[in-house]
Design a binder for this molecule. Sequence first.
Ligand code: S3P
Length: 428
Amino acid sequence: MNFTINPIKRLEGNVPLPGDKSLSHRALIFGALAQGGETKISNLLQGADVLSTKNCLASMGVQFEDKGNDLLVKGLGASNFKVPGGALNCGNSGTTIRLLMGPLSALSFSTTLIGDESLSKRPMSRVSDPLAQMGAQITLTDGNFAPINIKGAPLKGINYQLPKASAQVKTALLLAGLFADGATTLTGKIQSRDHTERLLPAFGVNVDTTDSHISIMGGQKLSSAGSIHIPGDISSASFWMAAACIHKGSWMEFDNISLNPTRVGFLKVLERMGAKVDYQIEVEKPEPIGSLRIEYAPLAGVTISKEEIPSLIDEIPILAVLATYAEGETKITGAKELRFKESDRIEAVASNLKSMGAKVETYEDGLCIKGPQALRGAKIETFHDHRIAMAFSIAALGAKGSTEIIDSQTVDISYPSFFETLKKYSIT
Ligand code: S3P
């Protein structure tokens, strides 16, 4: 399916956001690992990735019940998981496959994890290598890819220095650590999104976290968290924030938005670029949630440091689009991880910006864009990557002529109502 986008004058409104994707996966998995008891999840993301997690858990006997807008997860506990009838299909979802590798390593039976074409090209040894040190018996295809076969085995705690800031790897190891003998301690690049560390205590698990390590003691039982509210996804909001900064006279507001400090890198960068943004935290625990308002202001180019990459990794495609509208140079380095996302996002951004008439310099680990550059409508190749589809839909709103987003339904991964929302809040 293709979607055509024409330029607009501006956008305005208070936009309800879909639930945070990272938190939605975690709430489902932790709720399922709880030993009995129900966890009520409100504002769970209804995206395809989260559905993949739910379906994998359901294949192992976990039960769910829809309660109006809420979802009840019936805690089963890993030791009661059932042998699935076939391979667990993780679809396009890196978070599903990588997070599940942790607890599946400790089961009393074997499982196979599969994914779509894109997921099958993404590296998995970053998770299986440290899990193997814990005793996990994992076989990857060609040493690094899905399909993944996991033969459940007894695990032991390890000390592991994370070589990359990856919340997916961190979470897989912490979840495996819960079923291991002794403590599992992570050091090194632990400063990725910290939803796991914040949410596990709501399920009765003690996680020892400092600036330099995260430690979890094996043998702790998860209990139901009662109710979990999922805030709106700041990564989904970033598209509207960028759109507001492109069109004179725009304003956008969000209530119930996640303002977790490990996720607000894009906001900090927008502020440095000169954006008019105002936000406040209203709830602190377990996750900082608040409200945010952004108004149009002309932006200047910005340099992104290597250290800030983990806090805005998913926002780089839209940031690159925004750079073409800003005055001066925007330089992003230290972001090689972008090459291993749902698509090679450095190439996907560069090739689509070029189709829209912009000049972009690429590096192995980033991009450089000199703005402002007038964009013209083009055919956008999404590479089946939801964030590329959404970033270039926003680029199209200020381009000359119409733009066609190829395979536009890929937005269903994290934001099924993206195009409806776009129409509703645009003023033409
Ligand atoms: C996620 C972690 C990030 C992010 C992804 C979701 C998570 O990936 O890009 O969209 O929920 O843990 P990495 O852990 O590979 O950095």
